[in-house]
Design a binder for this molecule. Structure first.
Ligand code: FAD
Length: 386
């Protein structure tokens, strides 16, 4: 039976991008989300050239470029202020044909939703169960509502219900660290526009990225034995005592962030799934299938790549087993490689203790430029055929 109507569970970045790609493929789509309002969790996102290429194909690159800021260099510094690594980005953008940007999550959501049309999204629909038969997929929601589709895409994030219903393969793992994050409009002589900087401490890391519109996106990552549940809205009071040894702009960033937008969350991930990425007419996408630690800034980028690839395959009329097999084989290797790199980078960056962190700084300073260049090209998918 040909696929004409697709249901997507989850209206996050992956779900909305998939919905756009499916509409572009000429199919109809309904997106369901448990939230009563689509509120962006977290502050901003880096969208690297690999994601921008897909977003351009989906027709939304220009408004995102207008809303965000280009990232022309990425830097790592020690807490003592030494430069540990500096990667100018323009040559990679030239090779990729797209820039990398940082943009608020609220803007990404707005741009995707405007392009899709809000009428395709139904809120307050929490998926509770699903079943499959010869006619397609039947969905049942907590409020008693039901829906049918020829194909279901589970884009329901880190703790995906669709994944649990299909595979029940356990919860994601806590990484041992988490972050405060926020958006701030300060001006400071040591903060540059169009750049991303990470300052490495011992078991702690501060990141500051120009997010466009006069805003800096910042995060302070800290090792912590036990995870905190969900996203906690907090005030700078809980963070400031931890920032006494950090550059003064760290405290200014924290203090100038509005209380409601200052959040703390713990980081979780999963190893790459060895088994299938779906079953019959139900597939997984984005964090539901490959949740990353946010060390490379590639989680949403990979969800967008998934969406783009699926859209192309649906436009080609693929269905059932051939769709699942082709989708998974197009995506599994790359997403697994980036997932592993992100875990390794986190382990390296979050090293605790004065001696280990000094050794880490020395090691990072001695990484040759060609290694940074090779990793950057891999992440951006430069030189890969799709
Ligand atoms: C601190 C931090 C910083 C990050 N920075 C970056 C970055 O700079 N660049 C980048 O590319 N990535 C980044 N990421 C990763 C990125 O946020 C995720 O990879 C991305 O948001 C995943 O999108 P998604 O659509 O798969 O899932 P989500 O965005 O989690 O969306 C899932 C949606 O499903 C809904 N849902 C869940 N369960 C149900 C249900 N049962 N029924 C109905 N709806 C349901 C939820 O309400 C939600 O709206 C970062 C992540 C974190 C935590």
């Amino acid at each position: 039976m040909p696929i004409k109507h697709v249901a997507i569970v989850g209206a996050g970045i992956g779900g909305l991008a998939a919905a756009l790609a499916i509409r572009q493929a000429g199919l109809s789509v309904s997106v369901y989300d448990q939230a009563s309002r689509l509120e962006p969790l977290g502050a901003s996102l880096t969208l690297w050239p690999n994601a921008m290429r897909c977003l351009r194909a989906l027709g939304v690159a220009e408004p995102l470029l207008r809303a965000g800021a280009r990232i022309l260099s990425t830097e790592a510094r020690s807490l003592r202020g030494e430069m540990l690594a500096c990667v100018p980005m323009q040559r990679f953008y030239d090779e990729a044909g797209e820039p990398g940007i940082c943009v608020t999550r609220a803007d990404v959501q707005r741009v995707l939703l405007d392009a899709l049309g809000a009428e395709h999204v139904t809120l307050s629909r929490r998926l509770e169960s699903l079943s499959q038969d010869a006619g397609g997929v039947a969905l049942r929601f907590r409020d008693g509502a039901e829906a049918r589709a020829d194909l279901l895409i589970g884009a329901d994030g880190l703790r995906s219900t669709v994944r649990r219903l299909l595979f029940d393969d356990g919860p994601p793992r806590y990484a041992g660290y988490g972050a405060w994050l926020g958006l701030s409009a300060i001006d400071h002589p040591r903060l540059a526009r169009e750049s991303a900087v990470e300052v490495y401490g011992a078991g702690e890391r501060l990141g500051v990225i120009d997010s466009g519109g006069g805003l800096y996106y910042w995060y302070f990552i800290e090792n912590r034995a036990q995870p905190v549940d969900g996203v906690v809205h907090c005030t700078s009071g809980s963070l400031l005592p931890r920032l006494v040894d950090w550059p003064d702009y760290a405290r200014q960033l924290a203090m100038s962030t509005r209380a409601r937008s200052l959040q703390y969350l713990s980081f979780f991930h999963r190893s790459a799934r060895r088994g299938p990425w779906g079953q019959d007419r139900a597939l997984l996408l984005g964090d539901a299938i490959h949740p990353y630690l946010p060390n490379l800034g590639q989680g949403a980028c990979q969800a967008i790549e998934d969406a783009h690839v699926l859209g192309i395959m649906l436009a080609q009329g693929l269905e059932d087993q051939s769709l699942l097999t082709r989708y998974q084989s197009a995506r599994a290797r790359r997403t697994a490689m980036l997932g592993r790199d992100s875990v390794r980078l986190g382990r390296f960056a979050q090293v605790g203790g004065p001696t280990s962190s000094r050794l880490r700084d020395l090691a990072l300073r001695s990484v040759p430029d060609w290694v940074h260049a090779r990793r950057t090209r891999q992440q951006f998918g430069i030189g890969e055929t799709r």
